[in-house]
Structures are given as C-alpha cells and as structure tokens.
Design a protein around this ligand. Structure first.
Ligand code: PDD
Length: 287
C-alpha cells in the first residue's frame, strides 16, 4: 500500500506529496509541529497535543490552518488511510507560502499544513524498553523559546547524531549550571537517591512534553512522590533510575549516562511500572 500524506487540502501518495519552495517552513523554519502516538488503533492524548499546538501557533502568531474539529478528522483519516495501528502521526503547520522576506507575509497568506503517519513495530519498542537506552550529555545551545514546538530543530539534530555516533540513543542538553534541561527529542527524569521522581519544571528551558504531563498523572495514580526541580548530570549518575519520555518512546529507561551505568545498568522498576500503567490513564481517540 503506498503511503498517503495530507498536503494543503489533498490526500496524496508520498511521491506526489510536495510543498512549495517558498514555504516559510522550508526557508525560515517558520512553523510548528506535533507528533502524536498511535497505539492499538487509537490516537494517544490528542486533546493535549492539539492544546499545545494551539499554544505554539499563538506564540508565533500563526492562524489555525482549519477548524480544530476538521483537523482532528484529517489526523484520524491519515492514520486510517495508512493502515497505522501502532506508530505515530506527524502534523506540521507553517506560516505558508510567500516571496522570501524575513518579516511576516500579508495577513491573507494561508498557513500551510502537512500530515503524515508511519507504523512503528510495538515489539521493537518493547524490546528497547526491556534493555534500556544510553544517553550522552551535550552543552545546551538552543534558543530560549524551546517551549514552542517549532520545526527549528538543528541543535537537536546535531546532538542526536552525536549520540548515535557515540553508540547512544539520546543526547541530554546541559545548561551552564550543569543541570540537565531535556533530551534532543525527549524529556529527562530520574528517581533520586531518596526514591523521589524528579523532572525539570516545564515553565522555562524545556518543551512541556505531553507524555511528561500524562506521566505526572500516572505517578499521582501510583502514589509516587514527584519533585519538579532541575537535577545535575552528577545527580543523575548517582540516581536509582533514569528515564526519558516522549510520544515516540512513552517511558524509556536510561541505563547509562556518558558511559557511566545508572545504578546496576538495567532498567529500573519505577520506569517500567510507569510505562506499564501509561495506557490505562492516557486519553485514547479511535482513528
Ligand atoms: N519530540 N522535548 C523535545 C525537545 C521534544 O522534541 C519532544 C518530542 C519532547 C517530548 O514531548 P512529547 O511527550 O509531547 O512527545 C520533549 C517528538 C516526539 C519529535 O520531535 O519527534
């Protein structure tokens, strides 16, 4: 079955799914995106993802490309048309197509929207969670507005490539105070020496991950103590557990930081129980 993408009002085979050379996303990274997980035929936490999209669009003063309810239909349609039962759906909105000029184009310029979906084998992800992943640390070099889910991801691309070349799966950005901000495409967590779940507050310096928000709900349900505070690389290396969260990895145990094993070098039980309970609590919308 050929893959189908939604591009500015049309459902097209991938070979024909193209955007204009003067799309401002292509020329200026002038756009935002969302990645929503699909599990067992349902979109996970779609409401929260679209609430964050609304915030990102507002912060950049880009209009919604269509009514929210119509956009929900497009997301579900692309998932269905691609036969995705487990995987993800990607949505990108840019300020649209206009002759290249840094300042905003005329207010009549229509935002451009692209939606794609892809399958991910849940068994592969489950195997990765059973063995855990390695992370490296890199200096924080991104702009201050990483709370906006913009398509400007060059530092993230470079950091994740560096991780891959070092035999790791994620890079943690570290601020000038030695505190972890977040991963290249994930939020960072530890279970500290006292057994508390620790993750950086989301009001500054990180993206407010949807998975992070739902994991906070899961932690409350499981009666776990959570502290939203920054933690250092040194503290993470001494921690009982470490893990990362995102729509693509849900809760993924971290077993090594810069080559240093976390605890006994195996996935921790708190991370695995959060992973296990996640889908009972997350919102599910049938595709
Ligand atoms: N990334 N931090 C960054 C920098 C991210 O890019 C992401 C998500 C997260 C986690 O957010 P969420 O839980 O809403 O997925 C944190 C997506 C998956 C990506 O870029 O592919």
């Amino acid at each position: 079955m050929s893959k189908i993408a939604y591009v500015n009002g049309r459902y097209l085979p991938h070979a024909e799914a193209t955007v204009h050379v003067e799309d401002r996303g292509y020329q200026f990274s002038d756009g935002v995106y969302e990645v929503c997980e699909v599990a067992r035929g349902s979109l996970i936490d779609m409401t929260r993802h679209l609430n964050r999209l609304d915030r990102s669009l507002r912060e950049l003063r880009i209009a919604w490309p269509m009514h929210r309810s119509a956009l929900e239909i497009v997301l579900r349609e692309v998932v269905r048309m691609n036969g995705v039962r487990d995987g993800l759906v990607y949505l990108q909105v840019t300020r649209g197509v206009a002759r290249r000029d840094h300042v905003f184009p005329a207010s009549t310029t229509r935002p451009a929207m692209v939606v794609t979906a892809k399958r991910i084998d849940p068994e592969t992800v489950a195997r990765r969670a059973a063995s855990g992943v390695k992370v490296i640390t890199v200096p924080e070099n991104r702009w201050e507005r990483v709370d906006i889910k913009s398509v400007g991801l060059l530092p993230n691309v470079l950091a994740k490539q560096q991780a891959k070349e070092a035999g790791a799966q994620e890079a943690w950005f570290v601020d000038p105070e030695g505190k972890v901000t977040e991963g290249g495409s994930t939020n960072a967590w530890i279970v500290d020496e006292a057994g508390k779940l620790v993750t950086r507050p989301a009001d500054f310096g990180i993206l407010r991950g949807i998975t992070r928000t739902t994991v906070l709900d899961v932690a409350a349900k499981l009666g776990l103590t959570v502290e939203e505070r920054p933690f250092s690389v040194e503290e993470a290396k001494r921690a009982r557990e470490a893990f990362i969260t995102s729509a693509t990895s849900i809760v993924m145990p971290v077993v090594a930081i810069d080559g240093h094993p976390v605890a006994n070098g195996h996935p921790g039980s708190v991370a695995l129980s959060l992973r296990e309970a996640f889908f009972d609590i997350a919102e599910k919308t049938k595709a």
